[in-house]
Design a binder for this molecule. Structure first.
Ligand code: UDP
Length: 313
């Protein structure tokens, strides 16, 4: 099969390229490198079945030849990045999604949208199940991300209903692992970077807000299975093991043998207080659930960031 994948140089996108190539497919990656990194694809430089186009998907793109699947990963997924670039974030979720859907329609290819747990906003239902419509502040700081992804979901459903495109929508919950950007502000790289530098660990708010962390290998498996399914409505993918941020910080300290102190900062606006995926639907439809324990995933991620930091020094 010949696939096109937006956001190929990003964290999850680059891992998904690896998976497609491992399965014997041909991959055209597209990325404008606003948050992605060529280093994430360096190992594919000589792979004959992989090609990278440095291009912004918000502008129409011409793809010749057969395309069997269009995988839309491009997005500014970290709160720091989307707060720095709110207009680009809205644009990639709207115009970018439209352009990718157009490719799928023209080529009669299947289409996967990587959406987000942020579709639920600061959820009033816990754990979050796909039938919950969410609690999103449409004009808050996070709205550029949340609303662009909600629009992208609506557009994907419209292309399915109007044009019969075979679509899938994944709602990705917090995911971590190698190839995250060390300085993207998200909690896993932030804490590991602080520990590696011997700095204090920054806890936002009182640390009682919760998250559930999925290792990237599990996420890729879930996405790969979803991409082959006939489910058109959103499917949550994430790890249901929920921790407060304070518990999470303690766990990272324990695993890395660090005794870095905690320092408390103000909680960012609209930071969701609780987040845990209900993955009953993914279990039923895809026979999928996360397998990698937090301890194992954090060890691998710590090793990766230690190597990256060593290069940066
Ligand atoms: N967080 C924190 N310290 C940091 C970075 C993040 O306490 O240095 C918190 C943040 O307030 C949020 C959680 O960790 O409650 C996860 O943040 P992240 O930016 O990774 O992603 P989010 O789940 O908010 O999209």
């Amino acid at each position: 099969m010949r696939y096109i994948i937006s956001g190929a140089a990003g964290f999850i996108g680059s891992h998904f390229c690896d998976r497609l190539l491992d399965e014997g497919h041909t991959v055209i990656g597209v990325d404008n490198l606003i948050t992605g990194s060529l280093a994430n694809l360096a190992h594919l430089r000589r792979n004959q079945r992989f090609e990278l186009r440095e291009q912004d998907i918000c502008k129409p793109l011409q793809i010749d030849g057969q395309i069997d699947g269009v995988l839309h990963f491009a997005s500014l997924a970290s709160p720091k990045d989307y707060l720095d670039h709110p207009i680009e974030t809205l644009e990639v979720g709207s115009a970018g999604t439209r352009n990718m859907l157009e490719i799928a329609r023209e080529h009669k290819a299947r289409f996967l949208l990587t959406s987000t747990s942020e579709s639920y906003g600061d959820p009033a239902v816990h754990p979050q199940v796909e039938t919950y419509w969410g609690n999103v502040n449409p004009v808050g700081l996070r709205s550029c991300y949340d609303e662009s992804k909600r629009y992208a979901e609506a557009l994907t459903m419209a292309y399915h209903r109007v044009h019969g495109v075979r679509t899938n929508i994944a709602r990705i919950f917090n995911t971590y692992g190698p190839r995250m950007q060390l300085k993207d502000g998200r909690v896993v790289p932030a804490f590991l970077d602080q520990i590696l530098r011997g700095e204090a660990i920054t806890i936002f708010g009182d640390g009682s807000q919760t998250r559930s962390f999925c290792y990237v290998r599990d996420m890729v498996e879930g996405l790969y299975r979803l991409m082959q399914s006939d489910e058109r409505y959103p499917v949550n993918l994430g790890n249901p093991h929920e921790l407060t941020i304070l518990q999470f910080a303690e766990e990272i300290r324990r695993l890395t043998g660090s005794n870095a102190p905690f320092v408390f900062h103000a909680l960012p606006e609209d930071d969701p207080k609780k987040r845990q995926p209900d993955i009953g639907k993914a279990r039923r439809l895809l026979g999928w659930e996360p397998k990698v324990e937090l301890e194992e995933g954090l060890r691998e991620t710590h090793r990766y960031f230690a190597d990256v930091s060593a290069v940066l020094v």
